[in-house]
Design a binder for this molecule. Structure first.
Ligand code: ARG
Length: 460
C-alpha cells in the first residue's frame, strides 16, 4: 500500500478496502496524459513564480525522463500505488527529493483526474474519427464502382423497388458522415481545460489557467471549478457517439449476413474474413459481421453504465466517478477494433452482380413503375394500382416476371398496355427515371459522389 494522504489517519487501510478503492490497474492507461498534464502544471508554477523556475525545470526534466522510462519499458508501473497520480508523484519524489514534493502545489487529484481523462478521451475521439474517415473512403470507392450494379431495395425485408448497390452503400455513407461530424462536435465542445479547479473551489495560488490550457492545446480553461471536477458529459457524449457508430455497423453487419446467406448470395465474404465449422465441412460463416453486431451490446452497456452512475451524484467530485473509466476504455477499444475490421471485410468481399440483378427483376420491384406507365397513358393512379395488382397475381400464379409477359397477356389485363411498356419497366429504366437528388439514378448518384469527393478531400 502506498498512499499520498496518510497524515490524519491512525490506522492502516484494510487491505480489502485498499484493493476496492485502488484504480491503478486501469488508470495506468493514461500515464502519458498524467505526466504531460503535470509538466504543464509545473511549467506554469515556475512561470508564475509559485515555485522557482529552477525547481520547475528540475521537475519537468524528471517527469520527461519518467515518461521516457515507462515508454521504453525501463520503469514498471507498480500496483502498490493507489492510482497513476500517486505512482508518478511518488516516483518523482523518489528521484529528486523535496523539489518533487512541490509539484502538487495548487492542484488536487480531482482536477488532475478530470484533466487526464479528458486528454485521453480527446485523443481517442480523434483516433476514432480517423477510422470512421477510412471507412468512408472505402464506401466512397464502392459507390463509384457500382453505379449500375442493380439490386432490389427492400422495405419490411420485402423486395420493394430497384436500386443500385451504389445507392444502398450510399445510405451507410450518410450515416458515417454524421458520425464523423458528431465526433468533431464533441471534440470542440469538450476541449476546455479543467486543470486549476483544485478539489472543487479553485485555489488560493495565483495560477495562470490560460497558460496551462494553452500549453495542453485546449481552447481555454473551464469556467466553473465545481463543474470542472464533476463534469463527465463529454464521456457520455463520446459513448453515445460510439453507440451510434456501433448501431450503424451492426445494421450493416446484419445486411452483410443476409446478403452472404445461401438464400441470397448477393455477396461472398473473403476467406480471410470468414470462419469454418468444427463439424460441418461445407460451412463458411460470417463470424466477423456477427461479432461486430454482437459487440454493440457492450458498447450500449458502457453508455448506460455511465449515465446511471452520474445521475445521482451531488456536486462536486465523488468517488463514484472513478467508474467512468473501465467500461469507457473497453467501448473505445471495441469500436475502434470493429471499424478497422469492417473496412477490411467490406473491401475484400466479392459482389455477385448477376444474382442481385436477377433478384431485382424477379421480385416485381418494377410494379410501381408499371403503374406509373399506365398513369402516363391517362389511367388514374388508384385504378392503375389495381390493374398492376391483378397483373402481379397473374405473374405469381404463372411463375413469371412482369417483363416476361407477352403483349397479349398484358392487354388481356388492360388494353392500355403497348409495346413500349417493356422499355418503361426494365430495371435500367426504373433506376434511370429516379433522378432527383438522393435517388438511385446514376446521374443523381454521381452528384452525391461529387459532393462526397469534395467533403472527403477537406476532412482532417
Ligand atoms: N482514482 C480517482 C478517480 O479515478 C482519482 C481521483 C481521486 N480523488 C479523490 N478525491 N479520491 O476518480
Amino acid at each position: 500500500m502506498a498512499q499520498l494522504w496518510g497524515g490524519r489517519f491512525t490506522k492502516e487501510t484494510d487491505q480489502l478496502v485498499y484493493n476496492f478503492n485502488a484504480s491503478i490497474s486501469f488508470d495506468q492507461k493514461f500515464v502519458k496524459q498524467d505526466i504531460n498534464g503535470s509538466i504543464a502544471h509545473a511549467t506554469m508554477l515556475g512561470k508564475t513564480g509559485i515555485i522557482s523556475p529552477e525547481e520547475a525545470d528540475k521537475i519537468v526534466r524528471e517527469l520527461k525522463s519518467i515518461l521516457n522510462d515507462v515508454e521504453e519499458g525501463n520503469l514498471e508501473i507498480s500496483s502498490k500505488y493507489e492510482d497513476i497520480h500517486s505512482f508518478v508523484e511518488a516516483t518523482l519524489i523518489d528521484r529528486i527529493g523535496d523539489t518533487g514534493k512541490k509539484l502538487h502545489t495548487g492542484r488536487s487529484r480531482n482536477d488532475q483526474v478530470a484533466l487526464d481523462m479528458k486528454m485521453y478521451t480527446r485523443d481517442e475521439v480523434l483516433a476514432t474519427r480517423q477510422l470512421v474517415k477510412e471507412l468512408m473512403l472505402t464506401l466512397h470507392n464502392m459507390m463509384k464502382d457500382n453505379l449500375t450494379t442493380y439490386m432490389p431495395g427492400f422495405t419490411h425485408l420485402q423486395k420493394a423497388q430497384p436500386v443500385t448497390f451504389s445507392h444502398h452503400i450510399g445510405a451507410y455513407m450518410e450515416m458515417f458522415k454524421r458520425d464523423y461530424s458528431r465526433l468533431t462536435d464533441i471534440y470542440n465542445r469538450m476541449n476546455y481545460c479543467p486543470l486549476g479547479a483544485g478539489a472543487l473551489a479553485g485555489t488560493t495560488y495565483p495560477l495562470d489557467r490560460e497558460m496551462t490550457a494553452s500549453l495542453l492545446e485546449f481552447t481555454g480553461p473551464t469556467l466553473n471549478s465545481m463543474d470542472s471536477v464533476s463534469d463527465r458529459d463529454y464521456i457520455i457524449e463520446f459513448l453515445s457517439a460510439l453507440a451510434t457508430i456501433s448501431m450503424h455497423l451492426s445494421r450493416f453487419s446484419e445486411e452483410i449476413i443476409i446478403w452472404n446467406s445461401n438464400e441470397y448470395q448477393f455477396i461472398e465474404l473473403d476467406d480471410a474474413y470468414s470462419t469454418g465449422s468444427s463439424i460441418m465441412p461445407q460451412k463458411k460463416n460470417p463470424d466477423i459481421a456477427e461479432l461486430v453486431r454482437g459487440k454493440t451490446g457492450r458498447v450500449y452497456g458502457a453508455l448506460m453504465s455511465i449515465l446511471t452512475t452520474m445521475k445521482g451524484i451531488p456536486l462536486a467530485y465523488n468517488k463514484d466517478m472513478q467508474e467512468d473509466k473501465e467500461l469507457t476504455f473497453d467501448a473505445i477499444d471495441t469500436v475502434k477494433g470493429c471499424l478497422a475490421l469492417f473496412k477490411g471485410m467490406i473491401s475484400t468481399m466479392s459482389l455477385n452482380k448477376e444474382r442481385m440483378r436477377q433478384s431485382a427483376a424477379l421480385g416485381y420491384t418494377n410494379a410501381t413503375d408499371a403503374a406509373d406507365y399506365l398513369v402516363k397513358k391517362g389511367v388514374p393512379f388508384r385504378d392503375a394500382h389495381g390493374i398492376i395488382g391483378r397483373l402481379v397475381l397473374y405473374c405469381i400464379d404463372n411463375g413469371k416476371a412482369i417483363d416476361d409477359l407477352t403483349i397479349k397477356e398484358l392487354k388481356d389485363i388492360s388494353q392500355v398496355f403497348d409495346e413500349d411498356v417493356y422499355d418503361a419497366i426494365s430495371i435500367e429504366t426504373c433506376v434511370l427515371e429516379r433522378g432527383t437528388i438522393g435517388a438511385p439514378s446514376p446521374d443523381a448518384m454521381q452528384k452525391v459522389i461529387d459532393i462526397n469527393e469534395e467533403l472527403l478531400k477537406n476532412l482532417q
